[in-house]
Design a binder for this molecule. Structure first.
Ligand code: ZN
Length: 605
């Protein structure tokens, strides 16, 4: 298709694409300076210039075809590429209006074309000379990125001491965004979790387990460190800092092979601060989707395709969806294939599943498994505070139906994973911990999603522990417990020794059930413009908005949907001071960790 005459133009296109990619990386690096999350793979360092290079070559090919009919001068092409490149970089600047970006790009492209026009031979030579270096730099970036990780992984594995003889493995399964209320394991009306019900009989089910926060990063951070949310520096803008020892570090120090397989790569990925102690951290797969979605182009095209493509095509792995997470099947398979490589070593594996988090993309049979009858006429609506919209049952119920279907899919995949582990004989000496990082809300309190409130639906999560011969089977613990104590529990059950993590082992509920005290449940959250604290003990659950001073008090035992606040009641007024004082004593109301200002807009969680 091309001849020698075309080669310089395609070379120009490839060079311009790679330079644009480097420009995008510069912007991303700048973001990293102010906010710790890139929402991109570590491989973006080579993927972005590579994708931009290919995209520009595609534009170059169009110009080559055009050239057969009407000559496109070199300097016009140079100006065009400069304009497109500038536009792509500027589109990454959130606060810049796209029209402004287009205007600046058009101006800069025109100037670039004018500048090149009297310098055509020199610029052709410059492209010819520079191109091999640019391509070499991308390849070097790819080699360095992949190679450096492989070396770091190998070095960390080599530093692992010999484990205690017979040390059990630990499998931590975190079902992102799965609230206990939606599982048939916890009495939900729809049979969403038949597999979990069956497998949970082998262990102990905690009926009232609570996460320390209502969104992903601080909740995971609390699980891994044993610290309450308010003591940690993980926020919407900040990764978890290096100050707290982590469960994976302690287990690695006791001879465990450590590996994580996370579907929520944006907030549990390499830049979350949760990776310490893990030899292997599998977040973003190396795929076309990962590569394209790391670029400015992908971030423009993906949402557009999402609007025009049929849903069925969007679920296909290589056609883009703006937010598509690795499925439970793929997370489980990544874990299983890693196991194949490492027989004999006790492992600590952490799997994070995103199937029950929007946009809900399980196979059709699960997606449409539940369909609520719609009331007619459709009313009343619910006013949602965040975002401020009015929703009717016709908006809400299909969402919840899909949520339930997604949980059912996740349940089926967990069943498949457990059967495979059993077939391999790996469940005999493994402590399995199954839980969720937080729940989700469907406007029960005027909010959609999670991370905005501390209502029970957002923080009451499933918790199942099983370990043959070490944890009683078929038991249900009704006492409230906090996930903040999971790290201490895992160490107590699987790898006891000096160097503990904060928290109280939940094993007390079967070792000395009569004396076992319930946990005081503290959950806090710092949404972009607020701060909420909550505490539950005795018969009440108390929630406090630290900014407005608004208080709510609920009957912990009977009002599980938290519909009737007792703040204004006589009984409420009598006990309120005790709850206020308890929160103050714990320090949750005085935590004033530096929170970066909200220049960055509200990210998806
Ligand atoms: Zn989450």
């Amino acid at each position: 298709m091309t001849d020698d005459r075309d080669a310089p133009l395609l070379g120009l296109a490839l060079s311009a694409g790679i330079v644009t990619g480097v420009g995008e990386l510069g912007k991303i690096a700048g973001d990293l300076w102010f906010s710790d999350f890139t929402m991109r793979s570590r491989d973006a360092i080579w993927m972005v210039p590579a994708v931009d290079g290919v995209a520009f070559v595609a534009v170059g090919l169009v110009l080559v075809l055009l050239r057969r009919r009407a000559r496109v001068p070199w300097w016009v092409a140079a100006g065009l590429f400069a304009g497109i490149g500038t536009l792509l970089v500027l589109l990454l600047v959130q606060r810049l209006h796209p029209l402004a970006a287009i205007a600046v790009a058009a101006g800069l492209g025109t100037q670039a074309g004018r500048w090149v026009r009297p310098r055509v031979p020199a610029s052709v030579r410059a492209v010819r000379r520079g191109l091999p270096w640019l391509v070499g730099a991308v390849l070097l970036g790819a080699g360095a990125s992949v190679g450096w990780r492989a070396v770091a992984e190998r070095r960390l594995a080599a530093s692992r001491p010999r484990p205690a003889p017979g040390a059990p493995s630990v499998l931590l399964l975190i079902l992102d965004t799965v609230r206990a209320a939606e599982l048939s394991l916890y009495g939900y009306g729809r049979p969403t979790t038949p597999e979990l019900e069956r497998w949970a009989e082998r262990g102990t089910v905690f009926e009232r387990a609570f996460s320390a926060a209502s969104w992903t990063l601080p909740s995971h951070a609390s699980i891994f460190t044993g610290q309450p949310e308010f003591a940690l520096d993980a926020t919407n803008w900040d990764r978890l800092g290096p100050d707290w020892p982590m469960l994976a570090e302690v287990l690695h120090g006791r001879g465990y092979g450590t590996a994580a397989f996370v579907a929520n790569a944006d907030y549990v990925g390499w830049d979350s601060g949760l990776t310490r102690g893990f030899e292997h951290y599998d977040d973003y797969p190396v795929s076309l989707r990962t590569a394209v979605s790391a670029t400015s182009l992908g971030r423009v095209i993906y949402p557009a395709l999402h609007r025009i493509l049929p849903k069925r095509l969007q679920r296909w792995d290589y056609l883009p969806h703006p937010v598509q997470y690795r499925s439970a099947a793929r997370i489980a398979d990544a874990f299983l294939s890693r196991l194949d490589d490492r027989p004999g070593t006790p492992f600590f594996a952490f799997l994070n599943f995103m199937d029950a988090h929007g946009p809900y993309t399980p196979p059709d049979s699960f997606l449409h498994r539940y369909q609520s009858p719609m009331p007619r006429p459709v009313s009343p609506y619910v006013f949602i505070e965040n975002p401020p919209v009015r929703l009717t049952p016709t908006d809400l119920r299909p969402k919840q139906d899909k949520y339930d279907g997604s949980i059912a899919y996740l349940d089926a995949e967990l069943g498949r994973l457990f059967r495979e582990l059993e077939r391999r004989g790996m469940l005999e000496n493994t402590l399995v911990v199954l839980t969720a990082d937080h729940g989700d809300e469907f406007a029960e309190h005027g909010f959609m999603g999670h991370g905005n409130t501390l209502y029970r639906l957002s923080v009451h999560v499933p918790l199942v522990l099983w370990f043959p011969g070490r944890i009683p089977a078929g038991r249900r613990v009704a006492s409230p417990v906090s996930l903040q104590n999971l790290a201490a529990t895992v160490l107590d059950l699987a790898a006891p020794g000096p160097g503990r993590l904060p928290g109280r082992s939940l094993a007390r509920f079967w070792r000395s059930p009569d004396e076992a005290e319930p946990d005081t449940i503290v959950a806090t959250v710092r949404p972009p413009d607020g701060k909420l604290s909550s505490i539950a003990f005795g018969e009440r659950r108390y929630i406090r908005d630290e900014v407005t001073g608004t208080e709510e008090l609920y009957d912990f035992e009977h009002d599980v949907l938290e519909r009737w606040s007792l703040v204004a009641s006589d009984s409420g007024r009598r006990v309120l001071p005790a709850y206020r004082e308890a929160l103050r004593r714990i320090g949750a109301t005085e935590a004033t960790l530096a929170q970066r200002n909200s220049l960055h807009g509200v990210p998806v969680r």
